[in-house]
Design a protein around this ligand. Structure first.
Ligand code: TXA
Ligand code: MG
Length: 336
C-alpha cells in the first residue's frame, strides 16, 4: 500500500477506511509510532502480530481518546486510575487494569488485564475519536528492533506494506511508563518519562493511599519484557570506560564467539568484520536524549558496522533510567 502525500483530513479518512476493513495503520503518538488496529476487528489485530513478527505472548496497549472510552474497556475504574489519568493523559502513561469483555484475548495475550493510554497528538486523538473505538497498537517496529519516532522510520521498517499517518516526530521519544493498578497496590512494569516520583506525588496530593509491589513479590516478569529489545541493525556495545574505537573493535572481536545467535526469539546480529566503528552520543539533557535516541540509533547504524555507547557519570537518576534501560536491552554486549 503506498503512503501518498495527502492532507491531514484525507489521511484520517483513508486510515479510518482501512481500519474499518480490518487493516493496520501507522499511528503517530508522542512516545513512538504505533501499528494500530481497531479492537473490534480480529483480522486487524491478527495482522499486527503478523506484520511485526511479534509473538502472541506480548500484550498490546489500547489507545483511547477519552476517559469514557477507557472506562468501557475495564471492569471498574478506581480512584487511583481517575487521578492519574486526569494528571497524565493525554500523555505517556499506560494504566493496566482488569479488562472488560470488550477487549479480545488476542489484545491482552490471554491476560485478564489490559493496558490503556491516551496519546497526545491531535492526529491520533482525532483518528481514535472518529473511529469511535479503541485502537490496539504496539510500537511500529519488527519484533526486538529499534522503535520508530518518525513516520519515515515506519516506512523504512515495513516499506509500502502499511499506510502511515504522517504526523510530527515524536516529542518524548521513548515508550510510555506502564503501571498496573491492583486495588491499592501499584506495579511498575516499564519505566518511561512519567517517573515513579511523579506518580507518587500525584497520588499523595490526591490523598489516595497506595503501596508499591515489593520487588520480591513480582511472581514473574511482565509479559513482553524481554532481555533484548530495541536492537539496531548492527551490534551495539555498552561501555562505562573511555575506550577508543580500535579498543572497542578488539573487545568485540574477542567476545564475538560468546554472543548467542538468538535470545528469547530475538536474533542478535554479529558480523565477523567490523571496519567502521561509531559512537552513539546523546545530549546531556535527558529529555533531548530520549527524544533523539531511536533516531540516532537508526542513523548511526546506517554507516557503521559496530556502534558503541559510553555511559557518562552524569547519566544517573530518574530521568536517565528509562533511557539507560533501553540501551541496556539494545546492547548485544556489555563490556564492563
Ligand atoms: O508508548 C507506548 O506505550 C507505545 C505507543 C505506540 O503507545 N506502545 C508500545 O507498545 O510501546 P509495545 O507493544 O511495544 O509495548 C507494550 C508493552 C508490552 O510489551 C508489555 O510489556 C506491556 O506494554 N503491557 C501491555 N499490556 C500489559 C498488561 N496487561 N500487563 C502488563 N504489561 C502489559
Ligand atoms: Mg515495542
Amino acid at each position: 500500500m503506498k503512503t501518498e502525500k495527502l492532507d491531514l483530513s484525507s489521511q484520517i479518512a483513508k486510515a479510518l477506511e482501512l481500519l474499518d476493513q480490518g487493516e493496520v495503520v501507522g499511528l503517530p503518538t508522542e512516545t513512538v509510532y504505533g501499528l494500530a488496529a481497531r479492537v473490534d476487528r480480529p483480522a486487524g489485530l491478527a495482522k499486527i502480530f503478523q506484520v511485526k513478527e511479534r509473538p502472541l505472548f506480548d500484550p498490546l496497549i489500547v489507545h483511547v481518546s477519552s476517559l469514557s472510552m477507557a472506562q468501557q474497556y475495564v471492569k471498574s475504574w478506581p480512584r487511583i486510575a481517575q487521578s492519574l489519568a486526569l494528571k497524565f493523559w493525554p500523555g505517556p502513561l499506560t494504566l493496566v487494569l482488569p479488562k472488560s469483555e470488550l477487549v479480545p484475548a488476542i489484545v491482552t495475550s490471554g491476560l485478564e488485564t489490559v493496558g490503556l493510554r491516551m496519546p497526545r497528538p491531535m492526529l491520533a486523538l482525532n483518528l481514535i475519536s472518529q473511529a469511535g473505538v479503541g485502537l490496539a497498537a504496539p510500537s511500529a517496529n519488527r519484533f526486538g528492533r529499534t522503535s520508530p519516532t518518525r513516520w519515515e522510520h515506519v516506512q523504512e521498517e515495513f516499506k509500502n506494506a502499511v499506510f502511515i499517518l504522517q504526523g510530527d516526530p515524536c516529542e518524548v521519544g521513548i515508550e510510555s511508563t506502564v503501571l498496573e493498578i491492583r486495588d491499592s497496590v501499584l506495579v511498575l512494569h516499564r519505566l518511561g518519562s512519567v517517573s515513579r516520583i511523579q506518580i507518587e506525588s500525584e497520588l499523595q496530593n490526591a490523598g489516595l493511599s497506595f503501596e508499591w509491589l515489593k520487588a520480591d513479590e513480582m511472581e514473574k516478569r511482565s509479559p513482553g519484557q524481554m532481555k533484548h529489545h530495541y536492537m539496531p541493525a548492527v551490534p551495539l556495545l555498552w561501555t562505562e570506560s573511555a575506550l577508543t574505537a580500535q579498543e572497542i573493535r578488539e573487545k568485540y572481536l574477542a567476545a564475538r564467539a560468546q554472543i548467542p545467535d538468538t535470545v528469547e526469539g530475538v536474533q542478535l546480529i554479529k558480523p565477523e568484520q567490523v571496519p567502521r566503528v561509531s559512537e552513539l552520543r546523546l545530549s546531556e539533557n535527558p529529555q533531548a536524549a530520549a527524544r533523539e535516541l531511536y533516531h540516532q540509533m537508526r542513523v548511526i547504524a546506517q554507516n557503521a558496522d559496530l556502534i558503541y555507547f559510553q555511559k557518562q557519570n552524569h547519566m544517573s537518576g530518574e530521568d536517565w533510567s528509562p533511557i539507560l534501560e533501553r540501551l541496556t536491552k539494545a546492547a548485544s554486549l556489555k563490556l564492563d
